[in-house]
Design a protein. Structure first.
Length: 329
């Protein structure tokens, strides 16, 4: 038994590394309805299930209470719609101390995939090719580029840090969209920072976020598959998951345990728990690593104005598809 990142699950299942769990689940009469749909769907392929999610993380919006309040705003002033966020950031910018950016972003596909797909176009087509430059995708991502060029949003590297969580913790940014793992990081390393959290603003009226999850999976060549399944079955049971979630402080992939632990009432974790029902899993077939690499390489050129967003995405798409053709097909 070992655990598998959803990002790698399609590639490993395609290579035959992972044991299909459907027969084990059927024999054990295991109820899968209690799992958050995005978490369990991340490990499905062609009707087979290759793992059960042990926990998950999602994205949420963090805000620095003091910076927001000192600027004359309240948490309720932060828009619930992504379309209204640039205007708020523009108003906020004029009231922040020198050297503090309204918002911070990480220029990676892992943070932006749900934005690119918000118009209905998937970033991967049925043949596994990259799709990054369709009009609805460019339209969805352009506000991010515009906000960056208007100095409403910056990257950690622009502020001398390597990660958005450190920029936010150092109070160099008033708002960030980041995963729930940043909660413990900020509490431990920046204990004086007073933060609040919200769900990621909607796009086109639809709730969305990203989900990052790992599974308990079986090696297809394991000699003790029955023992491996027994562990998986227990670890993803209510008893096992409660022990793990309480001990490790993670978000359980079982809805019933989240309710039992009253995570929906947790002041900081509640937005991330809510996103478990609708977030987009960080998984998109075995070509995602190639597509993410090219997106991450080219987006900075668009942000800095060296290329238009459309030019950058077309180049990323073309380069990714060339490598997908030679490496995966």
């Amino acid at each position: 038994m070992f655990y598998v990142d959803a990002f790698l699950a399609p590639e490993l299942s395609k290579q035959g590394v992972l044991e299909p769990l459907n027969p084990y689940i059927k024999k054990a009469k295991k109820d899968l309805n209690d799992f958050y749909d995005p978490a369990i769907n991340a490990f499905k392929s062609k009707g087979e299930l290759f793992g059960l999610p042990k926990d998950y993380s999602t994205l949420g919006l963090y805000y620095n209470k003091k910076l927001i309040e000192d600027a004359g705003f309240t948490a309720d002033d932060i828009p619930k719609e992504m379309e209204k966020l640039p205007e708020f950031l523009s108003e906020l910018k004029g009231e922040l101390p020198s050297g503090v950016t309204p918002a911070i972003t990480t220029s990676e596909l892992a943070r932006h995939m749900f934005v690119l797909q918000s118009g209905g176009t998937d970033i991967v087509d049925k043949e596994g090719n990259a799709v990054l430059s369709q009009p609805d995708q460019i339209s969805a991502l352009q506000p991010l580029v515009d906000a960056y060029q208007d100095k409403l949003i910056q990257r950690p590297a622009d502020l001398g840090q390597g990660w958005a969580g450190d920029s936010f913790g150092a109070e160099k940014a008033a708002i960030m969209i980041e995963g729930n793992w940043a909660i413990s990081h900020i509490k431990q390393n920046f204990p004086d920072v007073k933060m609040g959290t919200k769900e990621v603003p909607t796009i086109g009226g639809k709730e969305n976020s990203m989900m990052f999850t790992v599974s308990y999976s079986l090696n297809s060549e394991a000699k003790e598959k029955a023992a491996g399944w027994e562990f998986i079955d227990y670890a993803t049971s209510k008893d096992g998951m409660k022990i793990w979630s309480e001990g490790a402080g993670v978000l359980p992939s079982l809805k019933s345990i989240a309710t039992e632990l009253k995570l929906q009432d947790d002041e900081l974790k509640a937005p991330f728990v809510a996103a478990g029902a609708y977030a987009t899993p960080w998984q998109k077939g075995d070509s995602l690593s190639i597509i993410a690499r090219e997106y991450n390489n080219l987006l900075p050129a668009a942000l800095k104005g060296d290329m238009t967003l459309e030019e950058a995405m077309k180049k990323a798409e073309k380069t990714a598809n060339k490598d997908i053709k030679t490496q995966l097909k």
